[in-house]
Design a protein around this ligand. Structure first.
Ligand code: HEM
Length: 127
């Protein structure tokens, strides 16, 4: 498959992953029963699997052509942190305060990763 097509899939899954995470966070705060629907629990796993697969495929394809890999490593670490905070926000967090803080922190990490993608630097616009 062409690089541009996989990048398109990557961008689409990135957008859907954030949209789902945002909405599920609102439902978590409102204690909405919508959060427990079967498709709501399954779809994010499918999207995040596609996100990870497209990310690793892109990274593999351009790895040897890159002069500097720090930004890709920062993205991988960022993604692991984003997923971990997401689990705390929607599942593990013991109090509403912890869950909301984890939800907000996960979004900050998400935008950090997007910033790293655009600037190709772990320091974003600073470096
Ligand atoms: C939540 C996680 C992620 C977000 C929000 C995200 C966001 C983005 C964005 C916005 C772009 C487009 C950048 C541009 O065209 O200027 C991009 C491209 C890319 N991402 Fe991700 N990404 C994520 C995870 C990952 C991971 C884990 C990897 C693997 C190391 C990765 C590898 C790449 C690669 C190789 C490109 C293509 C860069 C290029 O061709 O210019 N992404 N990503």
């Amino acid at each position: 498959m062409e690089y541009a097509a996989i990048k398109g899939i990557h961008m689409m899954s990135v957008t859907l992953s954030y949209a789902f995470f945002f909405v599920r966070g609102i439902w978590m705060i409102n204690q909405s029963p919508l959060l427990q629907q079967r498709w709501v629990r399954i779809t994010p796993h499918v999207i995040d699997t596609i996100l990870l697969a497209s990310a690793l495929t892109l990274a593999t394809m351009i790895w040897s052509a890159l002069p500097d890999h720090a930004w890709l490593v920062a993205k991988i670490i960022g993604l692991v942190v984003y997923i971990g905070l997401g689990v705390v926000a929607l599942k593990r967090g013991r109090t509403p305060g912890i869950r909301i803080a984890a939800w907000a922190a996960a979004q900050a990490v998400f935008f950090y990763i997007a910033g790293v993608a655009v600037t190709r630097s772990p320091l974003l616009w600073l470096g």
